[in-house]
Design a protein around this ligand. Structure first.
Ligand code: TXA
Ligand code: MG
Length: 320
């Protein structure tokens, strides 16, 4: 079982040393826990895919601790630069053209000529700065399982496969980063996430180009393999059947809620930020009960509700 350590100067030094040797370290970020390796170390990156059991064609997000570090690897256009200035560090990932001589290992980009980059807050940035190299880090969960938002969830899922787990408590955002790609005048939302699309639209004064979510979800390898609990999921539920587990939202209850076998509320007050923080943890807890079905109350599609509903739709989709 991997060592779980609280965060102090010694833990940061130890994490950076392990990563420099091609090790795998689970690190908290504001969004979810990342399964991190030095992005320039092919052996370390290969271990990420091995630990997650993830198909190799899926490119990974890289994490930097400064804009200067980002510029060692990618070219930053003026629109992306504005987004970076406004939202880094934070839950925003930008897909940017890779520099010719960039030393990121090709496994990270799955051979693409672009790199997905973000700057996290807190301990992750401290480890990256100490290592002085970007970290490739997908969410710290086995492929197809729910993303980990606590150190314990990482340990339960990947414990034996990582060298060290840094315990930073519950992730403050709780959803993976929002992924954006700028092409000419078009700003595309590749993945809704922890930064609400409306915040980007307000800054840029224009609408984001959204992918057809149903098409995105049905794209091969996107849905069936993502965010899937073992229990079946039923969404937008206004009536609960006896024996179901209830994932509630807000102050008012679906009909029959008193018959639910288990019950957790994402946010009693109907606050979408609070709901995002609890989403993966509560899905996991209800999945660990004996209930065969998790019924989810309706969640509004505005703000972080867009990303919450995206993750729920993936979790509820038929398994292939
Ligand atoms: O919040 C997050 O983003 C978390 C934490 C750990 O930072 N990381 C995360 O990474 O979710 P990962 O590797 O699981 O996200 C991969 C997503 C995939 O949907 C992938 O298709 C997209 O990023 N992606 C990566 N590189 C890309 C690229 N060059 N072009 C387009 N999409 C890319
Ligand atoms: Mg993931």
């Amino acid at each position: 079982m991997a060592d779980i350590t609280g965060i102090d100067g010694e833990a940061i030094v130890r994490a950076a040393r392990l990563l420099g040797e091609g090790g795998l370290v689970a690190i908290p970020t504001e969004t979810v826990y990342g399964l991190a390796a030095d992005a320039t170390n092919g052996l370390g990156v290969a271990r990420i895919f091995e630990a997650k059991g993830r198909p190799r064609f899926n490119p990974l997000i890289c994490h930097v601790s400064s804009i200067a570090m980002a510029e060692r690897f990618v070219d930053i256009d003026p629109v992306s630069r504005r987004l970076i200035d406004a939202f880094w560090p934070g839950p925003l990932t930008l897909v940017l053209p890779l520099k010719q001589n960039a030393t990121v290992h090709p496994l990270v980009t799955a051979g693409l000529s672009t790199l997905a980059l973000r700057m996290p807050r807190g301990v992750a940035a401290e480890v990256i700065a100490m290592l002085d190299s970007p970290l490739a880090a997908p969410s710290a969960n086995t492929s197809g399982r729910i993303s980990a938002t606590t150190a314990q969830a990482v340990a339960d899922d990947l414990g034996a496969k990582v060298d060290l787990i840094l315990d930073g408590g519950l992730c403050p955002v709780g959803l993976e980063s929002t992924i954006i790609k700028v092409e000419g005048d078009t700003i595309s939302l590749l993945r809704p996430g922890g930064l609400a699309a409306e915040e980007i639209e307000a800054l840029m004064g224009k609408a984001l180009k959204r992918m057809d979510q149903r098409a995105a979800i049905e794209a091969p390898g996107m849905l069936a393999s993502h965010y899937a609990p073992g229990a079946a999921m039923r969404l937008d539920v206004r009536e609960i059947h006896p024996g179901e587990a209830l994932l509630a939202f807000g102050p008012s209850r679906a009909r029959g809620a008193e018959n639910a076998a288990h019950h957790l509320n994402l946010s009693e007050t109907g606050d979408l930020r609070e709901a995002a923080v609890h989403l993966f943890d509560y899905m996991k807890r209800l999945d660990a009960t004996d209930a065969a079905l998790i019924a989810v109350e309706p969640i509004p599609h505005e703000g972080l509700g867009e990303a919450i509903n995206d993750r729920l739709a993936r979790a509820a989709a038929p398994r292939g």
